[in-house]
Design a protein around this ligand. Structure first.
Ligand SMILES: NC(=O)c1ccc[n+]([C@@H]2O[C@H](COP(=O)([O-])OP(=O)(O)OC[C@H]3O[C@@H](n4cnc5c(N)ncnc54)[C@H](O)[C@@H]3O)[C@@H](O)[C@H]2O)c1
Length: 342
C-alpha cells in the first residue's frame, strides 16, 4: 500500500526542501497543506523529481473545519508539522499570529490526527525553546535542558511542544518532536540572515548586523535537517524529543565574513545596527541522542555547502526577485532603516 503523509508548511523554506528530499528518496505520497503566507512560495516546489507524488492544498491550519475536510478526504499514515510563523523579528512586532498558527494551529492538527487515526504526529520544533547560552563554556543544549524561551516566537514554539507532549502523556497519542538548530540552504526567504546577506552583498548594499555581531548560531544544512526529520518520523520512539544539529557554531560576524569572501566583496559593507531586543547570545545543540538512537549523521560539509548555497542564490536571481515584493518591502524598510545604524 502507498504511504501518504500530510506535510504542513511545505511551501516554506524547510518544508519545501523536505518535500524535495522525500519525493526523491522515498515512496511517500505527500499532501502539502500550506496557507501561503508571505513566507510560503510555491516556486520552491518547481522541479520536483516526481510531481505525481505531491498534492498541494491551500489551507490555514487555524481553520479546523477545512482541515477536517482534508483529513476526511485522505488516509494519512502520519502528519509532519512544519507550518509556523518563524521569524523572531516579526514576533517582536506582533506576537498574536504566532500564538494562532504555532499554538492553536498545532492543537488543531494534533486533535485531528488523533481523532482520524492518522498515524504519527511529528512536530518540527527549534533549539530556540531552550533559550540562550551565555558563554562559550556552557554545555550545548540536550533534550533534558530547561525550556526557557526568550522571544515570543520561541515561547509559541515551546507552548506547542508542551501541548504535543501532553497529548502523548494524556491520550497516548503517537508523537515525536525534533528540535533543530539554524538551517541554511536554497529557498530561504530573504529576510533571514544568510539569504539577506547574500542578496544585499550581491547588490553592494550595506549589510545590517545586529549588536556586536558576536551572537553565536549553530548552522546545519537544510538537507541534513530533512534527513534527521525523516529518521525521527520512521525510527523515533513515541513521546521522545530529538535534537538535530551539526556541532557547527559560528558568530554572526564570522559567518558574514565567510559569505563576503565567497562573493569577493569588501568587509566595509558591514554595518552594525541596534541590537534586537532580548537577542539570545548563543545557541548550541547536542545531537548525540539522535546519532545514537536514530543513526543520524551530518553529511554536508559546512564550507562547501555554504559555497553551494551562495551559488544557488546567485544563480536563482529570479526566485529572489519574486520574493522581494509587497509586504516584505514594507517590513524590510521598517526593520532596517538607516536611522537604526549605530
Ligand atoms: N529556519 C530555521 O532555521 C529553523 C530552525 C529550527 C526549526 N525551524 C522550524 O521549522 C519550521 C519551518 O521553518 P521555515 O524556516 O521553513 O519557515 P518559513 O517561514 O520559511 O515557512 C513557514 C511555512 O508555513 C506556512 N504557514 C504559516 N502559517 C501557516 C498557517 N497558519 N497555516 C498553514 N501554513 C502556514 C507558510 O506559508 C510557509 O510556507 C518551523 O516550524 C520553524 O519553527 C526553523
Amino acid at each position: 500500500m502507498k504511504r501518504k503523509i500530510m506535510v504542513t508548511g511545505g511551501a516554506g523554506f524547510i518544508g519545501s526542501n523536505f518535500i524535495h528530499y522525500i519525493i526523491q528518496n522515498t515512496d511517500y505520497e505527500v499532501v502539502n497543506v500550506d496557507a501561503l503566507t508571505y513566507a510560503g512560495n510555491l516556486e520552491n516546489l518547481k522541479n520536483l523529481t516526481d510531481e505525481k507524488k505531491h498534492r498541494f492544498i491551500r489551507c490555514d491550519i487555524c481553520d479546523k473545519n477545512s482541515l477536517k475536510e482534508i483529513f476526511d478526504g485522505n488516509e494519512f499514515s502520519g502528519v509532519i508539522n512544519f507550518a509556523a510563523e518563524s521569524h523572531v523579528d516579526r514576533s517582536i512586532l506582533d506576537p498574536s499570529v504566532f500564538i494562532d498558527t504555532n499554538v492553536k494551529g498545532t492543537l488543531n492538527l494534533l486533535q485531528l490526527t488523533m481523532e482520524r487515526c492518522a498515524g504519527r504526529f511529528l512536530q518540527i520544533s527549534t533549539d530556540e525553546v531552550y533559550g540562550e547560552l551565555k558563554t562559550e563554556e556552557e554545555k550545548s543544549f540536550t533534550e533534558d535542558s530547561l525550556i526557557k524561551p526568550n522571544s515570543p516566537y520561541a515561547a509559541s514554539k515551546a507552548s506547542a511542544d508542551m501541548l504535543v507532549l501532553a497529548f502523548n502523556r494524556t491520550f497516548k497519542q503517537d508523537v515525536v518532536i525534533t528540535r533543530c538548530s539554524n538551517n541554511y540552504g536554497p529557498y530561504q526567504f530573504p529576510e533571514k540572515l544568510i539569504p539577506l546577506i547574500i542578496y544585499k552583498a550581491m547588490r553592494m548594499e550595506k549589510l545590517p548586523i545586529y549588536g556586536d555581531g558576536k551572537n553565536v548560531r549553530d548552522w546545519i544544512h537544510v538537507n541534513d535537517h530533512a534527513r534527521g526529520v525523516l529518521l525521527a518520523f520512521e525510527k523515533g520512539k513515541s513521546g521522545e524529543v530529538y535534537n538535530i544539529g551539526s556541532r557547527n557554531e559560528k558568530t554572526n560576524i564570522e559567518l558574514v565574513r565567510l559569505i563576503l569572501k565567497i562573493l569577493g566583496r569588501e568587509e566595509s559593507l558591514i554595518e552594525f545596527v541596534k541590537d534586537r531586543p532580548g537577542h539570545d547570545r548563543r545557541y548550541s545543540i547536542d545531537p548525540s541522542k539522535a546519532e545514537r538512537e536514530l543513526g543520524f549523521k551530518v553529511l554536508n560539509d559546512f564550507d562547501s555547502s555554504l559555497r553551494d548555497t551562495v551559488n544557488w542564490y546567485q544563480s536563482n536571481k529570479e526566485w529572489v526577485d519574486h520574493c522581494i515584493t509587497g509586504e516584505y518591502r514594507e517590513y524590510f524598510k521598517k526593520n532596517y532603516s538607516p536611522k537604526e545604524a549605530i
